[in-house]
Design a protein around this ligand. Structure first.
Ligand code: URA
Length: 237
């Protein structure tokens, strides 16, 4: 680079024909190098996309071969090499309808609060531990959400780990207790004790636990805590 600057300077002064040729060669080389960098980035993204497609196919097949075959799968979505990967519990009714994570009421709260950090949905990869809607029938015959069962979490856990290996985020943000326990592998981990503090997981991921956004619906006092935690997260971005 220094050499190049010297050459440019020299050319401004008094370029000889051979220096001019040399400079042209170098400029050509530099543009080839930057094209190569772009190409490498493109290949990385393409291979990530195909890894993700294979991964989704693997889940489809596993679910089809399981007791969960009747369920609609809601995959994670977002930027695949995102700095932040958010992990929720499981999709709800609206997510099942649209086949996208966090598009219902809890999602609205999450995206509104996330404005504090300056992060946009498009910059994040977001997924759930359990990839279908855990639901029960109420006495009146309505379908109601329920917390995922341990068997459901255990079924999807290896896929979550694989998903994280594909996305390779710098920071994992778990939303609520279910993903916190799943990611840490610690049944005793609680969001009340761990929220708003950056820690490192056994797999060397940076982990920042947040409350589940739906918890604010049931406990409005948590709104301030959520804001404070997001201010802390912002410092890591
Ligand atoms: N709650 C979750 O945990 N995940 C969703 O996708 C929606 C609501």
């Amino acid at each position: 680079m220094e050499e190049m600057e010297l050459l440019k300077e020299k050319i401004n002064l008094e370029p000889t024909k051979s220096e001019m040729e040399l400079l042209k060669e170098r400029i050509k080389l530099e543009s080839v190098e930057s094209k190569m960098e772009l190409l490498k980035e493109k290949i990385k993204l393409e291979s990530m996309e195909s890894k993700m497609e294979l991964f989704k196919e693997k889940i489809r097949t596993a679910v089809m071969d399981s007791d969960y075959a009747e369920n609609i799968i809601v995959f994670g979505e977002g930027k695949e090499n995102a700095k932040i990967c958010m992990i929720g519990e499981a999709p709800g009714g609206e997510e099942e309808k649209q086949r996208k994570p966090f598009v219902g009421r809890a999602g609205k709260i999450l995206w509104d609060f996330l404005e504090i950090t300056g992060l946009k949905r498009e910059q994040i990869y977001i997924t759930n531990v359990v990839k279908f809607r855990p639901a029960d029938r109420s006495k009146t015959g309505r379908t109601i959400n329920r917390t995922p069962k341990k068997t459901e979490i255990d079924f999807f856990l290896p896929y979550l780990i694989e998903e994280l290996m594909i996305v390779q985020p710098d920071i994992i943000v778990t939303l609520g207790n279910v993903p916190l326990k799943a990611v840490t592998g610690e049944e005793s981990a609680t969001i009340g004790a761990m929220h708003g503090v950056m820690t490192t997981t056994k797999h060397s991921y940076q982990l920042f636990p947040l409350y589940h956004p739906a918890s604010i619906i049931y406990n409005s006092g948590l709104a301030q805590t959520y804001q404070n935690d997001l201010q802390i997260l912002k410092q890591y971005l």
